[in-house]
Write a protein that binds this ligand. Structure first.
Ligand SMILES: [Zn+2]
Length: 117
């Protein structure tokens, strides 16, 4: 099994905002993941699902699956070192069909050793 660790989103995500009402972290325009291994910035989209099935299932096993209308996952690879990353957001509908995304956790999979560090 690959080793998977969870990290607070404020340590890994650039361009976060704060909710004016609650002070919670908030995804604003152009969220980016800052990789602790290679310092690369990887832009991602809410709901992105660009991991292989194997990596996605490994992350599902630790983080739980998406609960529609409650959580959203963004799954992607660091664009330089290729580590698999999942950003978990809590979804808040604040008006009809208008949503806020509060990042709650970042899951990171250790690279398998095939990539130079
Ligand atoms: Zn990286």
């Amino acid at each position: 099994m690959p080793s998977i660790v969870k990290t607070p989103p404020e340590l890994r995500l650039a361009n976060l905002g704060h909710d004016r009402d609650t002070g919670e972290l908030l995804i604003v325009n152009l969220p980016k993941y800052v990789c602790p291994e290679c310092d690369a910035l990887t832009p991602f989209a809410i709901g992105e699902a660009s991991l292989s099935e194997t990596d996605r299932k490994a992350l599902d096993a630790v983080s739980g699956e998406v609960k529609p209308y409650e959580t959203e996952h963004s799954d992607f690879y660091c664009r330089v070192c290729g580590r698999a990353v999942r950003v978990v957001c809590r979804v808040h509908e604040f008006a009809m069909s208008a949503y806020k995304y509060h990042p709650t956790l970042v899951w990171e999979m250790a690279t398998d050793g095939s990539v130079d560090r």
